[in-house]
Design a protein around this ligand. Structure first.
Ligand SMILES: Cc1cc2nc3c(=O)[nH]c(=O)nc-3n(C[C@H](O)[C@H](O)[C@H](O)COP(=O)(O)OP(=O)(O)OC[C@H]3O[C@@H](n4cnc5c(N)ncnc54)[C@H](O)[C@@H]3O)c2cc1C
Ligand code: SF4
Length: 500
């Protein structure tokens, strides 16, 4: 099929893949986004204007070469497309599914028209590479004789492991869970990210020579100081796992759980792995989810699939504006109302609501007392304050409450045992750029991902894992060929990946 590569943005409309209808997809736990046919995908790639200054680059934390992979798609060169993607992103099939795509609001076409479908193009390239058997192990051609321990196997740990192994170091990943993958496996629901995709990458890393030690809790079963002694470098990618609590009257009642207990159990159930007795389930219950971020949305969709009687997501913040927001113009990430696929599936969302008290019966939560809030306009620093609206108190039926209020910082065990400095928010302190990038206050110990930057996104975790791997390689060898977003172009990418 011939496509118009030069004026595609004037001819083709933005088109995203169809999704299974709600009533079908809530009956199962699989992904529900369908695929666009190859000709439509090519048309979507042709909407890219190959701008002289592609602002989408600055939107993507990985610095993905977006116009370049769009061009390869236009040319039907799927091998080159995946090579370009892999030169900046170890796991495009993850970001192609769960990334909020900050690149798209930065797309130049978005100034006048709907932006290029960058995220879906990325996903299509990755899926095509999997289907065509192009995701193969790429073991190092030489060994450096150095060894690195990575603690934590989320996207930051996995990306760092792959980069460091490809640089020729021996890499062992310590993971306290029974399987590697971090929140990719035991956080993000299966309906957003199929776990076979994570498993496929673990197998690729193992074939490249990365060793995974699961059920290995550093700080409890393994002294982190022993790792520092035994290895040439230690990288901490333990995530930001300490959940934020809500200490209001009634918090001790049964039926009030942290979101991650609930979500992890469901992911284990789908995988056929055992759960503790007294499993948490939303079936037949009135569910109230406190907190409106990604975690809250995942609880919302999971509760609907489990057969909850009602699902309500309660948010302290005011409802953002719909469509556009003059406070966050192009190419900024817009602060606008986002409706996740889970929110489209049913239930209710409440905004500007403060939870005051949990009321119970026989030791189990039965309802929530809440009050409506009046938010001020932003002050000169952009800060908004709220006050309770007098007489606005109301009750919500609740026999399962899920706390999705975010995460404070990494757990204390490893930082305490290693005597590491923390930043003012409690994360492991380490610079982001410069000569001390990713180095903690302890010699030989590095930190990256949510453990360093605080709770964030998969795309940022992969970015930090890659950059930290480069910092570790530099520390170990005094030089590095690993690529960095801070050295633009294909510099540092393996020469065979660069098409002349
Ligand atoms: C429910 C939920 C949904 C999300 N959805 C999205 C989404 O749709 N899109 C998106 O971009 N981001 C999403 N995020 C955020 C994203 O998952 C994280 O930002 C990302 O996973 C952070 O990666 P990481 O490698 O730094 O840490 P993690 O993924 O948290 O991995 C840390 C790993 O370290 C292990 N570990 C911790 N302590 C120890 C120890 N002492 N010893 C050994 N191992 C240890 C943990 O078991 C875990 O496997 C979501 C987060 C949550 C909680
Ligand atoms: S990783 Fe995310 S931000 Fe980067 S190109 Fe892909 S969708 Fe866009």
């Amino acid at each position: 099929m011939s496509v118009n590569k030069d004026r595609g943005f004037m001819i083709y409309q933005r088109e995203t893949p169809p999704e299974q209808p709600v009533e079908e997809r809530i009956k199962h736990w699989h992904e529900f986004t369908l695929r666009l046919p190859a000709d439509k995908l090519q048309q979507q790639a042709c909407r890219c204007m190959n701008c002289g200054v592609p602002f989408c680059h600055s939107g993507c934390p990985l610095g993905n070469f977006i116009p370049d992979f769009n061009r390869a798609m236009q040319d039907d060169d799927w091998e080159l497309a995946i090579q370009i993607l892999h030169s900046t992103n170890n796991f495009p099939e993850f970001t192609g599914r769960v990334c909020p795509a900050p690149c798209e609001p930065a797309c130049c076409l978005g100034v006048t028209d709907p932006p290029v479908t960058i995220k879906n193009n990325e996903r299509a390239i990755a899926d095509r590479a999997i289907a065509d058997g192009r995701i193969r192990p790429n073991p190092p051609k030489h060994e450096t004789g150095k060894c690195v321990a990575i603690v934590g196997s989320g996207p930051a740990g996995l990306a760092a492991a792959q980069q460091l192994r490809r640089a020729g170091h021996r890499v062992t990943v310590y993971e306290r869970s029974d399987v590697p993958g971090g929140l990719l496996v035991y956080g993000i629901p299966d309906f957003k990210l199929d776990k076979h995709l994570v498993q496929r990458r673990i197998e690729q890393l193992e074939a490249e020579g990365v060793v995974f030690q699961c059920n290995a809790w550093v700080g409890r079963d393994i002294d982190p100081n022993d790792l520092v002694e035994k290895y040439d470098a230690v990288l901490l990618t333990v995530g930001s796992t300490k959940p934020r609590d809500l200490n209001i009257p009634g918090r001790e009642l049964g039926g009030i759980h942290f979101a991650m207990e609930f979500l992890t159990q469901q992911n284990r159930r789908v995988a056929g792995r055992p759960n503790p007795e007294n499993e948490i389930t939303a079936q037949g219950k009135a569910v109230v989810i406190l907190g409106g971020g990604d975690t809250g949305a995942d609880c919302h969709g999971t509760s609907i699939r489990q057969g909850a009687r009602s699902v309500r997501s309660v948010e302290l913040l005011p409802r953002p504006p719909e469509g556009t927001n003059p406070a966050t113009p192009w190419p900024m990430w817009p602060n606008i109302l986002r409706t996740s696929s889970s929110h489209q599936e049913g239930g209710e969302r409440l905004w500007s609501v403060l939870t005051k008290e949990f009321i119970g019966e026989n030791g189990h939560v039965k309802k929530i007392i809440a009050v409506r809030l009046q938010w001020s306009d932003p002050d000169a620093n952009g800060t908004r304050t709220f006050k309770e609206i007098p007489g606005s108190q109301f009750e919500l039926e609740a026999d399962l409450v899920l706390l999705a209020l975010g995460f404070e910082h990494p757990e204390d065990d490893i930082p305490q045992q290693l005597g590491l400095k923390r930043d003012p928010r409690g994360n492991i302190a380490a610079d982001y750029v410069g000569p001390a990038a990713f180095k903690t206050s302890r010699e030989k110990v590095f930190a990256a991902g949510d453990a360093r930057r605080g709770q964030s996104l998969v795309v940022w975790a992969i970015h930090e894992g890659r950059e930290a791997a480069r910092a570790v390689d530099l520390f170990l060898q005094g030089r590095t060929l690993l690529p960095s977003i801070f050295s633009f172009g294909y510099e540092g990418a393996a020469p065979e990946l660069v098409k002349p």
